[in-house]
Each structure stands twice: as structure tokens, then as C-alpha cells.
Design a protein around this ligand. Structure first.
Ligand code: NAD
Length: 267
């Protein structure tokens, strides 16, 4: 399957901007959504301002798309009501619009933080039970559950990318395991949008081919993309890169600490 007419939510964001730039030369029309007003940067870009929390507005904004890369949402720890509204309700609205329009494929932005409490010494596979490292991880677990529901109940084709640490280059020791390079982010997004539209749900880790990674790369039967970058090539420039990692420590590193979540809870 080709790229068809894709829509990208969260197109003004870090990942959305990079994927947008890469894909616009490959499609006839690229539909771009964000709550931040966007300016078309090419003739084939169709920009739409929308709040993901508004179901009717999401359905109108996605009109004309035959597949969607859903990146919009709150990308980090926050009060649970905010995460539920933007991430969980927002994803529900995107899936509903996709169901009603009969879209060929929905690609969800999941997160490695759904499994952040697995130890660093354990190479985690997508089928293992979730162990969220915070409220954000909980919201992304719910995002995956919604994807599974829409696949099982309504026959949608849904793929969830559990994104690692998207950065231009790795800058801290944890990134040596978790980095997702811009080039690999585009590769995963393109592969996910073009994979044959079999009904069902799958989650895969979207991470570069890092020597020290904690996560399994996708099964090619599920997603046919082999990442090309390796954070190890940047290790010399990262202070502390040579320190031994405690294999029993959570993969999430500082995100697993109580303080990280406590600042969003009542004292
Ligand atoms: N960047 C990473 O390393 C990383 C890691 C794991 C998962 N993810 C996930 O990938 C996705 C994209 O991440 P990012 O780093 O580009 O984040 P980002 O914050 O740069 O982009 C998210 C975009 O979503 C938009 N948005 C937020 N709430 C919205 C709403 N209610 N309605 C409409 N638009 C809204 C924002 O305006 C923003 O442009 C997110 O879902 C995030 O949780 C990112």
C-alpha cells in the first residue's frame, strides 16, 4: 500500500514537524492538524486548526484523509485530567473519525514509558504486560487499549509506535539505550502508514538500532522497518556514557522516581 492521503495530528510538534517535512514530497496531499495554527509550507499541504478534545471538530478536520498518524497530545508527565483529555479522549476521537470514515490505517503515538518500570537489564518485548512509570505512561496504556478495542470490535487496522527518546542526537547516558533518531522516526512512520491494511492491533517499540537498547525491534511480520542509527556512535560526546548501568534499575531512569509524579499530585 502506498501513502495514500495521510493526516498527521500534532503536526506542529517535534516529531510531527520532521515527519511532515519528509512525507510532503511523497504524497499528493498531506493533511496537517494541530491546535497551534500551521502555515502551509508546500502547495500540497492542507492545514487545519483543531483541538483534539472536540470530537466533531476532529472528524471534520480529518475529512479527506484515508489514514492518520496521530502524534498530537501531551508528551510528558502532567496532571491526570489533562492527560486523559488530550491523550485518551483525543485518541478516542481520532479512532472514531477513522471508524466512521473507513480509514485504511491508524498509527498511534505510544510511548516506551508504558513499560518504564521493567529493569534496564531486561530486553522488553511489546507483548509483555505494561508497567507504566507515571501518569503519562498510564494515559499511553489507555491509548493502546483503545487501539486494541477498535481493532477487535470494529476491524480497524491500528499500529501503535512506542516511541523512544526522539532527539536530533543523544545527549545523556539513558539516550544510549532509548534514542530515536529523526531519520528512524520518519522510517517508522512511513512503514507504519504504508504497511498492508490487515485488521488488527499491534504495538512495536520505535527506537533506533542502539547497541544498548532495552527493547526489541519490531517483528518484520508486524512492521517492516529496520532502524539504521545507533546512539553508540555519539557515546564519546556524552558525559557519563562509560558508567556501568545498574541492570536492576528501572528503564525509565529519573522518570520512575516518585518526585516526577508527585509534583502533579496534591501534597
Ligand atoms: N518526543 C519523544 O521523545 C516522545 C517519546 C515517546 C512518545 N512520544 C509521543 O509522540 C507524540 C509527539 O511527541 P512530540 O515530542 O512531537 O510532542 P510535541 O509536544 O512536540 O508535539 C505534540 C503536538 O500536539 C499538539 N497538541 C497537544 N494537545 C493538543 C490538543 N488538545 N489538540 C490538538 N493538538 C494538541 C501540540 O500543539 C503539539 O504540536 C506525542 O503523542 C508523545 O506523547 C514522544
Amino acid at each position: 500500500m502506498g501513502l495514500g492521503t495521510p493526516a498527521i495530528t500534532g503536526a506542529a510538534g517535534n516529531i510531527g514537524s520532521v515527519v511532515r517535512e519528509a512525507l510532503r514530497g511523497e504524497v499528493e496531499r498531506l493533511i496537517l492538524l494541530d491546535r497551534v495554527p500551521l502555515r502551509p509550507e508546500a502547495e500540497n499541504e492542507d492545514v487545519r486548526t483543531v483541538d483534539l478534545r472536540d470530537a466533531t471538530a476532529v472528524e471534520s478536520a480529518l475529512a479527506g484523509a484515508d489514514r492518520v498518524l496521530h502524534l498530537g497530545g501531551v508528551p510528558d508527565e502532567a496532571p491526570l485530567p489533562d492527560l486523559l483529555e488530550a491523550n485518551v479522549l483525543g485518541t478516542h476521537h481520532v479512532l472514531e473519525a477513522a471508524r466512521r470514515a473507513g480509514m485504511a490505517r491508524v498509527v498511534l503515538a505510544g510511548s516506551n514509558r508504558v513499560t518504564g518500570f521493567y529493569p534496564a537489564g531486561h530486553r522488553t518485548a511489546p507483548h509483555e504486560p505494561v508497567r507504566p512509570d507515571g501518569l503519562y505512561g498510564v494515559s499511553k496504556a489507555a491509548v493502546e487499549a483503545l487501539g486494541q478495542l477498535y481493532a477487535d470490535k470494529f476491524g480497524l487496522s491500528v499500529l501503535c509506535l512506542r516511541i523512544g527518546s526522539f532527539e536530533q542526537a543523544p545527549t545523556e547516558p539513558r539516550h544510549l539505550a532509548t534514542w530515536l533518531s529523526p531519520r528512524d522516526a520518519v522510517g517508522y512512520a512511513r512503514a507504519a502508514l504504508t504497511a498492508p491494511p490487515s485488521p488488527g492491533f499491534a504495538a512495536v517499540y520505535a527506537v533506533s538500532n542502539n547497541t544498548r537498547r532495552f527493547w526489541e525491534l519490531p517483528d518484520p511480520a508486524v512492521l517492516d522497518y529496520v532502524p539504521v542509527d545507533d546512539a553508540e556512535l555519539h557515546a564519546d560526546g556524552i558525559p557519563g556514557a562509560e558508567a556501568q548501568v545498574d541492570p536492576a534499575a528501572p528503564q525509565a531512569g529519573p522518570y520512575a522516581l516518585p518526585e516526577f509524579t508527585l509534583r502533579h499530585l496534591r501534597p
